[in-house]
Ligand binder design. Structure first.
Ligand SMILES: Cc1cc2nc3c(=O)[nH]c(=O)nc-3n(C[C@H](O)[C@H](O)[C@H](O)COP(=O)(O)OP(=O)(O)OC[C@H]3O[C@@H](n4cnc5c(N)ncnc54)[C@H](O)[C@@H]3O)c2cc1C
Length: 436
């Protein structure tokens, strides 16, 4: 077994682990090592790339979730009355957190093109929620009424305005509510650009390797071991394990309520410009990327770590897209995929320190907003490490918010009873030491 040393080990190299590595490497000379296994379903390589702080906070980034739950129930019981279930809104502190993160992207885009040499394709698109009936209008009004302080960022489009701004929208759409600063990036390139920036600043990145154990000295993390038989001594471990964060948590004796939430996506072949901005409906969202491909997302499924593509769900997404944009009827599908969002019971990320555990920080549980929240997460984690003032109050993001709660029951409520703890691990070095 070989032994190597770093000051900071980041377990997980998705967008969050890489953002943390980049922000840290920019601010400190500490030696940073990212260890990443790239498991099937890694969210950052499956994401839509929406920077939708308002859309996501009001639940539209995953418009199809609730519709999907409903349609599944109706498949099982066709007599089930149709009651449209609307996504719930996230608290104001989360909206503030994601708006602050979103505002960091224009500077980050310039900076990362220089520091990392990768352009993550920031596009000013806005996000329009298309309205088809009275129910949609009422829902949109409810959203607008709930965020009066953001009224300058909202635009109501009449049917005529919509025809103008999105000529390919269905004539059946009777208008739209637009969130002006909800834009998009290429999520793969964003992750790459953080990675390249961190690497050029001296961070070490170990790919294709799993962290399998954590060494402790009393309550302090002192090392991690990997499936390559290496031990990395460290002063700090950052858990950026995405949907697998609970598995890493167990290695330090924590019960972290992060579960995989599957999302499927359909990608078209390149098309001429059909969509001017990003669109959401009650069925799906659609985004045309800078190369002309149209991405249609996404389902929200509680099926553990399964990432199989399923015909029913793909059909549901495509049907929703054609209803909104009829010319997509002729679309050629290039590929479909599924990824695993790191879901938490309250849909809020888990960040920061844990009382009684030294040398350990959480950077996980970003559910459906890890792309947009990556910038502020990198900033927060780097400021935590360096003892600098934070841009937000971290209290509602700490793991402690679940203290005294029955985590299995919370997860069972969230997943409709599907509890999947992922790969079971033999007792780790840390647990053995803690028990001793
Ligand atoms: C279909 C879909 C659409 C989405 N759309 C959007 C969107 O439009 N906007 C948005 O903001 N967000 C979106 N998201 C959410 C966003 O993609 C996630 O929140 C984000 O990617 C999470 O990043 P992460 O780094 O925490 O996790 P991941 O990207 O999953 O990365 C975690 C990494 O850690 C590795 N790992 C885990 N355990 C270990 C271990 N023990 N040792 C070593 N490595 C390990 C994994 O293999 C993986 O590589 C979407 C997600 C999905 C699935």
């Amino acid at each position: 077994m070989s032994h190597k040393n770093s000051d900071i080990v980041i377990a997980g190299g998705g967008v969050i682990g890489m953002a943390v590595a980049y922000f840290l490497s920019r601010e400190t000379d500490a030696s940073i090592t990212v260890i990443d296994q790239r498991r099937p379903g890694t969210a950052s390589w499956a994401s839509a790339g929406g920077l939708w702080p308002i859309g996501e906070s009001v639940g539209l980034g995953c418009g199809v979730i609730f519709f999907k739950t409903l349609s599944k129930r109706r498949r099982e019981n066709p007599d089930e009355p149709i009651v449209l279930e609307r996504p719930h809104q996230l608290p104001d502190y989360f909206l503030d957190f994601s708006l602050k993160s979103n505002a960091m992207f224009p500077d980050l885009w310039q900076e990362l093109r220089q520091d990392g040499g990768v352009d993550f394709k920031l596009e000013k698109t806005g996000l329009k929620y298309l309205l088809f009936d009275e129910d949609d209008i009422n829902y949109a009004k409810q959203i607008a009424d709930s965020i009066p302080h953001l009224s300058a960022q909202l635009v109501w489009h009449s049917a005529d305005d919509l025809r103008h701004s999105e000529p390919n929208a269905s004539p059946k759409a009777i208008g739209a509510l637009e969130f002006l600063r909800d834009d998009q990036v290429n999520p793969f390139l964003l992750t790459e650009s953080y990675r390249e920036g961190a690497r050029r600043n001296g961070a070490r990145i170990i790919d294709g390797t799993a962290v399998t154990g954590v060494g402790m000295n009393g309550s302090r993390v002192v090392s991690v071991t990997t499936d390559r038989g290496e031990t990395h001594g460290c002063d700090l471990l950052i858990n950026a394990g995405g949907a697998w964060a609970a598995e890493l948590g167990r290695m330090v004796g924590l019960n972290i309520p992060v579960v995989p939430v599957k999302g499927q996506i359909v990608l078209s072949e390149r098309l001429p410009k059909i969509l001017k901005g990003c669109l959401s409906t009650s069925d799906c969202y659609m985004a045309q990327k800078d190369n002309g491909e149209i991405l249609i997302g996404s389902t929200t499924e509680h099926v553990g770590f399964n990432v199989d593509g399923t015909l029913d769900e793909i059909r549901g997404l495509v049907t929703g897209a054609v209803k909104a944009i009829p010319v997509l009827r002729n679309l050629h599908i290039k590929r479909t995929w599924a990824g695993l969002r790191p879901g938490t019971p309250d849909e809020i990320p888990i960040l920061g320190a844990v009382p009684g555990l030294d040398g350990y920080l959480n950077a996980c549980g970003h559910f459906r907003t890890g792309i947009v929240a990556s910038a502020i997460t990198g900033d927060i984690l780097s400021k935590l490490v360096l003892g600098r003032p934070l841009p937000v109050d971290l209290t509602p993001f700490l793991l402690e918010r679940f203290a005294g709660k029955n985590i299995d029951a919370l997860i069972a409520t969230m997943t409709g009873g599907h509890v999947d703890h992922g790969a079971e691990h033999a007792p780790t070095e840390s647990m053995a030491r803690q028990a001793a």
